[in-house]
Design a protein. Sequence first.
Length: 282
Amino acid sequence: MRHLKHIVGRCKEFVNFNADSNISMSSKRAVMRLLTPYLKRNFLKNRVEKNQLIDRLINDGFSSITSYDEKSISYLHDAFIQFCSKHYNVSLTNLDSLESFLSKSEIQRTPAMYTQDESLLAELWNKEEHIGLAESYLGVNRSELHGVGSIDCLASVSQSKADDDLNALAWHRDVDHYQFLKIFYYLTDVGIDGGQHEYILGSHVQTPFSLAPIHRYKEGALEKSLINFKKISVSGPAGSGFAEDTFGFHRGTPIKKGIRLLMQFQYYSKSISWGNEVDTER
């Protein structure tokens, strides 16, 4: 056990080398993904925050945030429809036509439109409200943060074409970095059976050995191994927002009718890069 702790400690140092280190980024990412589930999340330890939102994130891994400006939602709808039209080489005019196309084509989840595809996403990623939240939660100076923004769409398909594991509809953790934060906004109304997001409160600081391997899990396995298992379902009108440490267990849920557009922003330090990140502007 002593030797294992030493190895883990050395690997943690490895993945936290400065971004200009001569160690290849692919090697750093591989070791980070392998070891992070076995590391204690010390950046959250013994922290007392006056800001209630940050305090909820530290304790629960989740917090609702101010809704997104509805005036800009229609613009993002149009931008995403244009993106899908180009990607699928079809003529789509609105969300109804997108829903019809995905249903007929049995496509459960579209590719994501990223910050490099739409300048407004880069601007929103850099929004002071978002940067300040990430900086405070992660304890990382904003000059050392980067990340990506994206929009994707989840649709209803027949059971034979559904792939819940591939499309993130089964319980899982994200391992984008040792410490990272995601901010989400629904861009369509999301009710029960409408693709609502689900999260296990407090699971971002629980890593029982049985749940450390990074793969998809059944809910029963989580109930058995996690202390004070508490699942929440997140529904709401278009514009509803929430911040989440997605190292905690989470999933999307299958849609029975309609589509769900979700915008997300990811924040993590520059010691790890996945490509096409946006840097802070302030």
